[in-house]
Design a protein around this ligand. Structure first.
Ligand code: XIL
Length: 375
């Protein structure tokens, strides 16, 4: 048989073979990163260094599916600076090394956040004068960005700056230690410092609760847009907005037009976009895992289709890769009783691809090309 005939008959055989879809998707050599690349994009996941070290199947899955990684917690200051000025970057180093060994990109998460800080930091801020208060924030930007210059290409500089539920008229998160210590200008100072420290890095403002058709998300979208208006008006060097993308389809509705409009407003500022922490909380869904998987996949496809339709949308990163290790399984609001695992990530607990994997691959396959960096 000639090679071409052989290929033709193999394709015909595959088309009528009784291989169930789950098996078919699991034998494809193409990972999600390959699907992303078709439109010039990237696919990545949040990882923990211990899992890369100790779980060979997880490590292989990350290598197969991703061309970008981010630390799930190992660049948060509570981990890296347990004592003032005494740093431990061992976990983040391993993740960045892994990325380099595999030719992947790395993101940095997160330089300035109200949460996951070391216990010494807030009392130190309370006791400091204005100049020292700024230094208590910028010192970390300086140390972390310098350490990874040229190896981490994009940074979540400020994470979760808005929280209208806290009651301020402008929707800023007033409980944040940075807001209390420096006012809204902490964001300006952080981005200017980040730009000065690594002028090549892409600088992100990231937030959650922007995805759904609910009063909660509407308030959060409005607060973020108003904040961006002020920041862009002051010339703050923000390059990109990260939509975290923690979907909760069994609690809140999703409206395609509304999300598309919001993303268009963001990209209208000339900002790049990414989905930086995608997953789907399945708590509250039907008891049958198969049915739930199909529903989760369908809402993910609807969301990602809208996201990828915006030419400014670059990377999609999941918050984890396999249900074996999803943070959702331990998060009080989303976790199932009785230790049942959440099923909100593209691979199941056995590292097999799920309908959610198909949905992400299909969304990438049908995505229009992204806007090039120079456009
Ligand atoms: C989460 C991690 O996944 C957990 O392991 C940790 O206990 C708490 O933080 N938004 C963010 C992430 O920006 O940093 C959070 O990560 C999830 C919500």
């Amino acid at each position: 048989m000639k090679r071409r005939d052989f290929l033709a008959s193999a394709v015909a055989l595959a088309a009528c073979s009784p291989v169930p879809p789950g098996v078919a998707r699991n034998i494809s050599r193409y990972g999600l990163a390959q699907h992303a690349r078709r439109s010039g994009r990237h696919f990545g996941a949040a990882v923990k260094s211990r899992l890369l070290r100790e779980d060979a199947a997880f490590r292989a899955a990350v290598a197969r599916e991703c061309d970008m990684v981010v630390q799930e917690y190992e660049l948060k200051r509570g981990t890296t600076e347990p004592k003032p000025g005494k740093y431990d970057f061992s976990g983040a180093d391993q993740i960045v090394d892994f990325a380099q060994e595999h030719g992947m990109l790395a993101r940095g998460h997160a330089l300035v956040w109200y949460a996951a800080n070391p216990p010494w930091l807030e009392p130190a801020l309370d006791a400091a004068n204005e100049k020292t208060r700024q230094q208590l924030m910028t010192s970390y930007i300086d140390v972390a960005m310098r350490r990874y210059a040229g190896r981490i290409g994009e940074w979540d500089v400020v994470n979760e700056a808005v929280e209208p539920n806290e009651g301020r008229a402008d929707g800023m998160r007033m409980g944040s230690m940075w807001m209390k210590a420096l006012g809204e200008h902490y964001i300006d100072i952080a981005f200017h410092k980040a730009r000065d420290t690594d002028e090549k890095a892409t600088l992100f403002l990231t937030d959650f609760g922007l995805e759904h058709d609910s009063p909660r998300c509407e308030r959060r979208r409005t607060a973020l847009l108003k904040l961006l208006d002020r920041l862009m008006g002051r010339g703050v060097p923000i390059d990109a907005v990260g939509i975290q993308g923690h979907l909760k389809p069994y609690k809140e509705r999703f409206n395609e037009r509304q999300l598309a409009d919001f993303l268009r407003m963001l990209s209208g500022y000339g900002l790049k976009l990414s989905i930086t922490e995608f997953d789907v909380a399945d708590r509250g869904g039907p008891p049958s895992p198969d049915k739930r998987d199909r529903e989760v996949a369908s809402v993910a496809k609807a969301f990602l289709d809208v996201a990828l339709d915006n030419p400014a949308m670059g990377s999609i990163l999941c918050w984890g890769l396999s249900d074996r290790y999803s943070w959702l399984s331990n998060f009080p609001e989303y976790k199932w009783p009785g230790g049942q695992l959440s099923r909100g990530l593209p691979l199941d607990a056995k590292m097999d691809r799920k309908p959610l994997w198909d949905a992400i691959a299909a969304a990438f396959d049908s995505a229009p090309a992204m806007r090039s960096a120079s456009a």
